[in-house]
Design a protein around this ligand. Structure first.
Ligand code: FE2
Length: 283
């Protein structure tokens, strides 16, 4: 699927940008399905916020359970800035959801179709995944004005395998621009160490520091502005972040996180599947 030059680029830079990977029709179908799931969200039953903010007590346990359970379900998470101080939404529900996660690719036919096929299977082989296993899908809304920043991180810390193998497939559902919070990456940064790991500890999760290497800044990072339909495929150690969406349009994206089945998947990764719900590949 990839040319020799693209393969070299992936090895040297840690990412490859593939324009027109998905058609307008495929994107429209995925977006319509995501909006339908969001519109059907039971707002009163769960007001979980997708947030790194610390919470305590029973509320914290409830948020944790909701999050951990999403490994095997389709669940909606809110933008941090969605609510006012009285817990009321500042804007309509459809414009308040941060993301849907994390098992749509296995549970929803539209997401399943979008996430699988020969082209993706070939690409996975080309970037070194011998036995691809799709652990997680996320539909990210990056809402107009309230779509928050996602700080510098490496996806490898969320899906640790031995040896490391996680690879991210990031699909632009809308054009991604500087103004609406496109990805920023540090070319070649995947050659550095894994800095943090997000682990599961019983019913709780936490982020632990592994290496004190500094995160990149805008001197060494570059923005990845891309058109809708583009696939950005990147190495699990590539540092990346995205700025807030300050535009007046949402910026939707869809991601898959994939590991290699020949590598051992860590027992303390936050995402674990039951035997009855095994991870599958692209075919
Ligand atoms: Fe990421």
């Amino acid at each position: 699927m990839l040319s020799a030059e693209q393969k070299r680029g992936f090895c040297d830079n840690g990412f490859v940008v593939l324009r027109d990977f998905k058609s307008g029709e495929q994107l429209a179908a995925l977006k319509a399905r995501a909006e339908k799931i969001a519109a059907a969200h039971d707002f009163d039953a769960s007001r979980e916020v997708f947030s790194t903010a610390k919470q305590r007590g029973p509320q914290a346990d409830r948020v944790q359970d909701y999050f951990l359970g999403s490994a095997n379900e389709i669940r909606c998470f809110f933008e941090e800035k969605a609510f006012d101080r009285h817990g009321k939404l500042n804007q309509p529900l459809a414009q308040s959801i941060n993301k849907i996660g994390h098992a749509m690719h296995d549970l929803d036919p539209v997401f399943d179709g979008f996430s699988r096929g020969d082209t993706l299977a070939d690409l996975a082989q080309d970037v070194g995944l011998r036995d691809p296993q799709i652990w997680q899908s996320m539909y990210i809304f990056k809402q107009a004005r309230i779509g928050g920043q996602v700080d510098w991180h490496q996806d490898g810390g969320f899906f640790v395998t031995s040896p490391g193998s996680v690879t991210t497939f990031w699909f632009a559902v809308d054009d991604a621009t500087l103004e609406n919070g496109c990805l920023w990456v540090e070319p070649g940064g995947h050659k550095g160490p894994l800095r943090q790991q997000f682990i599961r500890d019983g019913r709780k999760t936490r982020l632990i520091d592994l290496d004190a290497a500094p995160w990149p800044d805008t001197n060494t990072a570059i923005p990845v502005e891309v058109k809708a339909g583009t696939l950005v495929c990147f190495h699990g150690l590539l540092p990346h972040y995205s700025a807030p969406n300050i535009s007046d349009q949402a910026r939707h994206a869809y991601t898959l996180h994939v590991t290699d089945g020949v590598c051992a998947y860590a027992q303390n990764n936050w995402m674990q599947r039951s035997k009855e719900f095994p991870v599958r590949g692209f075919l």
